[in-house]
Design a protein around this ligand. Structure first.
Ligand SMILES: Nc1ncnc2c1ncn2[C@@H]1O[C@H](COP(=O)(O)OP(=O)(O)OP(=O)(O)O)[C@@H](O)[C@H]1O
Length: 407
């Protein structure tokens, strides 16, 4: 077995019997395919290519990956992106769509893990781009060799391998790869970062050095996570809100408090991304001085115990869902099957109908932004405000939060 294949094998640990491999046809992911074949002969590989249909050649390129796979005896599937809806940034939309398509395909195929071809060079470029954004320890940390998300294990077994070595490996085997012209397009930050790195080498600022930094940042992140775990008792979820005991957090470093605050905000707003560090610092200043603050769609209101994090009514005023489906990405109302009902925020008009709301012990602001069931303008149920009518509100916080886990 070659040295590269040994590294891949070691990074995989115990490889599954069936493994998905995301192959764009570029040098990195083709090397991944060949290395996995060499490193894990007992594993059955299932290759997949997403055709983003953004360039005229893309369909032929996907078919070319199919031919390479056929030559290697590996099953291959092409998934086609249905196109961009014009929202946000095209690159980002394509990337999200790619992960979504691969996830659905993997689940449908019965796979539990998918391997990706990220390399040490990708890590170094990412670190450079994050530095430009002023990222902290989390953003500067190395990518994880395994990340569990969406019911799948996403494996990156080539994180310590260099792109140039992978190219040599392919050349030695006479294996050609597809050069995506966007890899040379200086409109993309990543391409500029790659070029910049070459220019910085004489300064001693090399990919190797950046990767070492990313590795140390990962260790620092582990330490900070450990501290946050030990301070998490100061954050008590309460029916969708979070009550922060500021006194219990007082002995902890500021970073720990900010980390937990960010997590509390994500828990309440069901946001996947954390607020910007500078915004978080401003919010922390306000609440420690006993002032209310609004951030990330969350109202931070002083209370007896410290601060209560409450979903901001304005952020959910327009949010609607069919009963049984997720509302505000975290609440699910469950009840008898009835046609023509809709989930919306309770709001002022709804709260006026809930006579017993004070007995719930929840503040008015929390109830205004709580999920309620409506038949047109008629309130049918508001479980959090004490009007149940056979309906229950179940909370499903976004995955991966410490608060969701510990309570
Ligand atoms: N069109 C594609 N079809 C299948 N797999 C792909 C495709 N594009 C990328 N991949 C997979 O993703 C890996 C990383 O590629 P790339 O860095 O371009 O993607 P990214 O998803 O934008 O990266 P990141 O996750 O770092 O943002 C590739 O090595 C390959 O395994």
């Amino acid at each position: 077995m070659t040295g590269l294949a040994q590294t891949v094998r070691a990074a995989l640990g115990q490889p599954p019997a069936h493994l998905g491999v995301a192959v764009s046809g570029g040098g990195d992911s083709l090397a991944l395919l060949l290395l996995l074949r060499e490193a894990t002969p007992e594993t059955r590989l299932h290759a997949v290519t997403v055709d983003h249909d953004l360039r005229p050649e893309s369909a032929e390129e996907a078919a070319c990956v199919g031919r390479i796979c056929a030559g290697l005896g590996v099953v291959h599937r092409v998934l086609r992106w249905q196109g961009w809806d014009g929202q946000g940034n095209l690159q980002d939309a394509a990337r999200r769509a790619r992960y979504g398509l691969i996830r659905d395909w993997a689940r449908g195929t019965g796979l539990t893990a998918v391997a990706l071809g990220h390399t040490a060079d990708d890590q170094a470029e990412t670190l450079l781009l994050r530095l430009a954004r002023g990222s902290g320890v989390d953003g500067l940390s190395a990518m994880a060799a395994q990340r569990d998300h969406g019911g799948l294990a996403w494996l990156r077994p080539m994180l310590t391998l260099r792109r140039a070595d992978l190219r040599l490996y392919l050349q030695d085997r006479g294996q050609v790869w597809i050069d995506d012209p966007s890899n040379e397009d200086a409109r993309f930050d990543r391409v500029r970062a790659r070029r910049l790195m070459e220019a910085m080498t004489p300064l001693g600022l090399t990919a190797g050095g950046l990767i070492a930094t990313a590795g140390r940042m990962s260790m620092a992140r582990e330490a900070l996570d450990w501290l946050a775990d030990h301070a998490a008792h100061a954050m008590t979820p309460d029916r969708g809100d979070v009550v922060v005991d500021l006194a219990a957090l007082s002995g902890f470093p500021r970073e720990t408090r900010l980390r937990l605050l960010a997590e509390g905000l994500c828990y309440v707003s069901s946001a996947i991304y954390r607020p910007r560090f500078s915004a978080l610092e401003a919010a922390d200043r306000s609440v420690t001085e006993g002032r209310a603050h609004t951030l990330h769609g969350v109202l931070m209101r002083p209370c007896k115990a410290g601060v209560r994090l409450i979903r901001e009514y304005n952020a959910v005023r327009e949010v609607r869902a069919v009963p049984g489906r997720l509302w505000d990405r975290r609440w699910r109302l469950k009840g008898p099957p009835v046609q023509g009902l809709e989930v919306r925020a309770l709001g002022e008009s709804g709260l006026a109908v809930c006579e017993g709301w004070r007995e719930t012990g929840l503040p008015r602001e929390s109830l205004l932004a709580s999920p309620a069931l409506w038949a047109g303008g008629q309130l049918v149920a508001a479980p959090l405000a004490g009007l149940e009518n056979g309906w229950q509100a179940a909370l499903e916080p976004v995955a991966g939060l410490r608060l969701g886990k510990s309570h």
